[in-house]
Design a protein around this ligand. Structure first.
Ligand SMILES: NC(=O)c1ccc[n+]([C@@H]2O[C@H](COP(=O)([O-])OP(=O)(O)OC[C@H]3O[C@@H](n4cnc5c(N)ncnc54)[C@H](OP(=O)(O)O)[C@@H]3O)[C@@H](O)[C@H]2O)c1
Length: 276
């Protein structure tokens, strides 16, 4: 498995996203993914599946120290004290002593960043999380968080797929040594898979459109992708992206799909996104 380094954190380049996966199905899918070779699982308090995900870790039989486990703190819990309690609750539900990465899920619209970053640093100092990082942070927020944080930030997890230009925030991550973790890496599927540059590359390489898109992610310096699927066969398929490479022309053709400008996760509490 390819490893991406984010200020010292060693993050497997493909992880399993678990948003919408629940209960026994989440346990089965996480266990199956780990048995199939995944070593990186992404959850969050807001996904309400941490207990099921933790059970999947144990059912898999894969030693805990071989798994990179991420969880996230939801915005209402970003004040001092609340943030630490949120991570403690995650550990209890997951049934682990420590997560490998704890993230601020979205920047707060009410709690000062200084306060949240200080609380996140305490989570790291106390060993509740081996690494800390952020999610949905813009260039300005990355700059501010890096300046405020005592411990290095391992990553910024943001929406990223061929329909969205994220060059500016990716450059900010590289500048400060953060890994760039692509969420919604498949832009949720069907429409992206039907685009000519994707389907044609898939035919040329004898791969599926999903594998071409995931290869496009992990071929980029410092980029991790966390696709989700509720089908074990697709989960396995999404890991088989390290035995071929897209050439420069194929990458350029897929890059050009960014003109669509599609942002899937955009809410009233979103920050002012970076524009081209
Ligand atoms: N930090 C944040 O704010 C944030 C926000 C959104 C997501 N995330 C994280 O990122 C993860 C991934 O994002 P996402 O779940 O929104 O979207 P995604 O991974 O881009 O797309 C998931 C969709 O693609 C389909 N799919 C997956 N693999 C496929 C394959 N090989 N062939 C055909 N279809 C396939 C799945 O359908 P089936 O289930 O039917 O296979 C599902 O509908 C989430 O699960 C979550 O962990 C984080």
């Amino acid at each position: 498995m390819q490893i991406v380094t984010g200020n010292g954190a060693k993050i497997p380049a493909i992880g399993l996203g678990t948003w919408t996966l629940r209960d026994d199905a989440a346990t089965r899918l996480v266990a199956g993914a780990l048995q199939a070779g995944y070593r990186h699982i992404d959850t969050a308090t807001s996904y309400e599946n941490e207990a099921a995900v933790g059970e999947g870790l144990r059912v898999s039989g894969v030693p805990r120290d071989q798994i990179f486990l991420t969880t996230k703190v939801w915005p209402p819990d970003l004040a001092a004290g609340d943030l630490q309690r949120s991570v403690e609750g995650s550990l209890k539900r997951l049934g682990v002593d420590q997560v490998d990465l704890a993230l601020i899920h979205w920047p707060s619209t009410t709690v000062p960043l200084t306060e949240s970053i200080e609380a996140l640093n305490e989570v790291r100092t106390r060993g509740l999380a081996h690494n800390i990082g952020v999610s949905n942070f813009t260039v300005a927020l990355v700059e501010a968080a890096v300046a405020l944080s005592e411990h290095p930030l391992a990553c910024n997890q943001v929406e990223h797929h061929p329909f969205l230009n994220q060059d500016r925030v990716m450059a900010a991550c590289r500048k400060h040594g953060l890994a760039f973790v692509s969420y919604c890496p498949l832009a949720r599927g069907t429409e992206l898979f039907a685009q000519d540059p994707v389907s044609e590359a898939a035919a040329r390489h004898g791969k599926t459109p999903a594998q071409v898109v995931l290869r496009w992610h992990v071929q980029q310096d410092g980029v991790v992708a966390i696709p989700r699927s509720s089908h074990p066969d697709r989960i396995r398929e999404n890991l088989e992206v390290f035995d071929f490479a897209l050439d420069a022309g194929e990458v350029a053709a897929i890059d050009a799909l960014r003109s669509r400008g599609l942002r899937i996760c955009d809410f009233e509490f979103s920050p002012e996104w970076d524009r081209d």
